[in-house]
Design a binder for this molecule. Sequence first.
Ligand SMILES: NC(=O)c1ccc[n+]([C@@H]2O[C@H](COP(=O)([O-])OP(=O)(O)OC[C@H]3O[C@@H](n4cnc5c(N)ncnc54)[C@H](OP(=O)(O)O)[C@@H]3O)[C@@H](O)[C@H]2O)c1
Length: 238
Amino acid sequence: MKKAIVIGASSGMGRELAGILAGSGYVVGVMARRVPLLDELRSEVKSEMLVREIDVADAETAMEKLANLIKEMGGADLIVISAGTGDINYDFKWQQEKDTVVTNVLGFAALANVAIHHFIERGSGHLVGISSIAALRGGRASPAYNASKAFESNYMEGLRQKIARLRLPITVTDIRPGFVKTDMLKAQNVFWASPPDKAAMQIYSAIERKKSCAYVTRRWRLIAWLMKILPARVYERL
Ligand SMILES: NC(=O)c1ccc[n+]([C@@H]2O[C@H](COP(=O)([O-])OP(=O)(O)OC[C@H]3O[C@@H](n4cnc5c(N)ncnc54)[C@H](OP(=O)(O)O)[C@@H]3O)[C@@H](O)[C@H]2O)c1
């Protein structure tokens, strides 16, 4: 049986994706801080699911916990980093900016490091990171959030380039969601907001097709294209 680990599986896209993987024949290890929600998910699936607590913001301990779970499961074919934080921060509060950087930058890089070392050691594997369409440009609502997602996307591109040299069957997939109706989406009345189960199905499809990068839902490719071509002087006044 294939083995997957989803970090940030207590809610939103990570939870939905963990459920899809469990229903598709994977043994799944799920990690997050809210363990009761992970236990609830485990009670809903029919296949084997391992539940472990992790706080990504404590990078070194998180690395240890991920490495331990990989060992317990006898290796992992697929590791998904869905854990992430972000909130609207118009007051530009430092603590909020810092929390975002610590989780999305430091935590993300730490977990990706464990995953890639594991895949190189075993000779194959698939790392999936949930960045965002926000990775494409800066954002006044939370400068740290957009910048942290740009870090994640850029980091994954660096990993793909690094792995290409090794000529091993290791895939790194950058998932860039637009708006998805999860706890994280604070803004109301936003356009094209997808339910998390639909987003997770499209993430699963991108995993199956071993894509390097996928916009979720697919129509967000159009917004991505617009974001890329918009001149800075226009974008800054939006
Ligand atoms: N929703 C959107 O519109 C949208 C758009 C683009 C990108 N994204 C990205 O998609 C990913 C998933 O978010 P979501 O929309 O599904 O929202 P969500 O329901 O809030 O899920 C976030 C997940 O991350 C986990 N998490 C947060 N901080 C953590 C920490 N310090 N340690 C361990 N786990 C942590 C949460 O678990 P615990 O709280 O239990 O620890 C939860 O399982 C995030 O990286 C987000 O940036 C979301």
